[in-house]
Design a protein around this ligand. Structure first.
Ligand code: HEM
Length: 180
């Protein structure tokens, strides 16, 4: 997993839960990287799992809810670090439609060792899109947060529902309807 995901995660923990919680989740983690990450580095996904599990224990907030909150936070971090990746989009549905074929393709050029999910578009109209998230990492709650924030980014909102096609969350169908 790319370092930018870790640096954004630690930033979120500090701003939402404070420095003491941040120190605790790193110190209790026995992490190979000892909580030190650079945005261009690549680290074991298990380190992220450990950090989130520790944060859940510290805060008593379920892991899935923390991952969703992180998705909301991460969108702005990615957009601010790489404005060129999203500058050509002027609607949230247009952006979602292009994650697979443009946005993450661009990301792969920036970070050749990025491990990205796939999004298969099932259906798209002027106000809705259905797509299937697939990834061995099962971070569909992260995708949910990112999608929701994409609408906010364009001053809009959406009703987002999802169905787990596989119980472990490695394949999830999203139905997204823009409000208004
Ligand atoms: C990883 C979804 C937009 C850059 C991910 C992951 C998800 C995701 C769920 C976690 C990896 C996995 O599940 O296997 C989305 C969605 C987007 C979006 C739903 C739009 C709403 C973007 C944008 C950028 C970006 C705009 C960059 C400007 C990345 C990077 C990673 C990532 C760097 C980490 C890859 C790694 O750790 O190896 N994306 N993404 N994404 N995405 Fe996106």
């Amino acid at each position: 997993m790319k370092g930018i995901v870790f640096t954004e995660f630690l930033e979120m923990v500090e701003s939402k839960f404070g420095l003491e919680t941040l120190d605790n989740i790193i110190e209790n983690g026995h992490l190979p990287s000892e909580g030190v990450y650079t945005s261009v580095g690549t680290y074991d996904f298990n380190e992220m799992v450990t950090l989130i599990t520790n944060l859940s224990e510290e805060t008593k907030i379920p892991v899935g809810d923390l991952i969703y909150a992180f998705g909301l936070y991460l969108f702005s971090g990615l957009a601010n670090s790489h404005p060129e990746v999203i500058k050509n989009y002027n609607t949230p549905l247009g952006l979602l439609y292009c994650i697979e074929d443009h946005i993450h393709v661009h990301v792969k050029k920036l970070y050749p060792d990025a491990e990205l999910p796939t999004f298969k578009i099932l259906d798209k109209t002027d106000n809705k899109i259905s797509m299937v998230y697939s990834s061995s990492r099962g971070l569909y709650r992260l995708a949910h947060g990112l999608i929701e924030k994409a609408f906010e980014h364009f001053g809009s909102t959406a009703t987002i529902t999802y169905d787990l096609l596989k119980e472990d969350g490695t394949e999830v169908k999203f139905d997204i309807v823009q409000n208004g």
